[in-house]
Each structure stands twice: as C-alpha cells, then as structure tokens.
Ligand binder design. Structure first.
Ligand SMILES: CCCCCCCCCCCCCC(=O)SCCNC(=O)CCNC(=O)[C@H](O)C(C)(C)COP(=O)(O)OP(=O)(O)OC[C@H]1O[C@@H](n2cnc3c(N)ncnc32)[C@H](O)[C@@H]1OP(=O)(O)O
Length: 179
C-alpha cells in the first residue's frame, strides 16, 4: 500500500474536516467585518495569537480579508523555537488556529476550535516571516469548516504548514460563565 506523502498533498483535510455535501456556502457577516471591537471584549489584548504586547506571543497582525478568506503575518522569534533554530510545531499550529479563527469570526458568530488538523510541510527557521491565509469551506449547523496555510517569506513563498479545522459556534456565555 502506498502511504500518501503529506508534503505532496494540497489539503490536510480528513473526513472530519471536510464539509458534508449539504453544507452551505460561507457568508460573511457585514457586521463582523466592521465590528472588530467586539472580539476585544471577548479576548482582550491577552490573546497569545494576536495580543500586540503579549510577551513571546505570536503577535499576528491581520492584514485583510476577501470574503471569508483572511490574511495575517507573524515573525518566528527565538522563544518560538523547538529544534535548534526552527519553529516549534505547536507554535505553527497555534498560528493556524488564530488565522482560521479569524475567518470563522467573519461569519458573524462566536466560534471555538473543535478540531484542528495540521500538516507540517517544511521546517520554518527562526526569524522567518510567516504569511497566513485561511478560508471557510462550508457551514453546517453550528459547524464551520475551515482550511488554510502558512508560507515562508511572502504570500507566494513556499508552503510550510497547512491546516484544516472544524470550528463550533457557541453562545457568548461560553466565554463569560464562571468555571
Ligand atoms: C478580523 C477581526 C478579528 C477577529 C479575530 C477573531 C480571532 C479569534 C481567534 C481565536 C483562535 C483560537 C481559537 C481557540 O483556540 S478556541 C479554544 C480551543 N477550543 C476550545 O476550548 C473548545 C473546547 N470544547 C468545547 O467547548 C466543546 O467541546 C464544543 C463547544 C466545541 C462543543 O460542545 P457543545 O456541547 O457545544 O456541542 P456538541 O458536542 O453538541 O457539538 C455540536 C456539533 O459540533 C460537532 N463537534 C463538536 N466537537 C467536534 C470536534 N472536535 N470535531 C468535529 N466536530 C465536532 C458535533 O459533532 C456536533 O455536530 P452535529 O451533531 O450538530 O452535526
């Protein structure tokens, strides 16, 4: 049996992260496009992914979107290292989680990651600028199916990481209730 080489696949999707045939096309909520301040009420500026002053955080900057496709960037710093001189895989997965979550946000609901699948395609040296892209591939009930990739050095740079995910819509209380 031939084992597929993940580096040669163009999508990391499994059955669990592939929208079902009756999934709806994603629709961006114009309010979500405009009302960016609301996410600050939920996440504040303490988010490891995008908090602008979180020590050793990813400090991802969101650079724009077209429909549900969102774009962002971050730089791999020494504190993100796993193997010597290279980004830790968990850091790259966190970066994908953040940009996938940004595209889910644009749908207008409040979403959390239910499942995140990641293919690590090539090593990412410390100091790299990683360009992130994510999009919604379908919506089914409370589930938003997402996928994206991270490229080294520029939007057309080599793909380093690919991810697919299912985000689940939750009520505001998910974030505010005491636990
Ligand atoms: C641009 C402007 C800026 C915007 C910035 C925003 C950026 C934000 C960036 C942030 C980025 C970081 C983001 C983060 O880091 S979010 C933090 C990480 N995630 C979590 O903490 C989530 C923890 N889990 C839960 O709270 C619950 O398990 C949830 C809420 C997910 C579901 O529990 P709940 O009891 O509510 O729902 P349910 O169990 O009835 O399931 C409902 C449906 O969902 C399906 N399902 C459930 N789990 C999975 C799964 N694992 N794979 C596939 N499917 C799954 C399930 O089959 C069912 O489908 P169906 O039977 O209806 O068909």
């Amino acid at each position: 049996m031939t084992v597929p080489n993940p580096a040669r696949r163009t999508s990391p999707r499994s059955d669990l992260t592939t929208p079902p045939p009756d999934a709806a096309e994603p629709r961006v909520d114009p309010k979500a496009e405009l009302d960016f301040s609301e996410i600050g009420d939920v996440l504040g500026n303490a988010c490891f992914g995008c908090g602008p002053e979180v020590p050793h955080g990813l400090r991802i900057t969101r650079t724009g979107h077209e429909g549900s496709t969102s774009y962002g960037e971050f730089t791999v710093i020494p504190e993100h290292q796993g193997a010597p001189g290279l980004a830790h895989g968990g850091i790259l997965a966190a970066a994908m989680d953040e940009i996938l979550g940004t595209s889910a946000w644009l749908l207008g609901g409040r979403y959390v990651t239910g499942r995140l699948e990641t293919d690590f395609v090539r090593p990412v040296p410390v100091g790299s600028r990683v360009h992130l892209t994510a999009r919604c591939t379908g919506v089914h009930g409370r589930k938003a199916y997402m996928e994206g990739e991270g490229r080294i050095g520029g939007p057309d740079g080599p793909v380093a990481v690919r991810a697919a995910a299912v985000f689940i819509e939750v009520p505001l209380e998910h974030f505010t209730e005491e636990r």
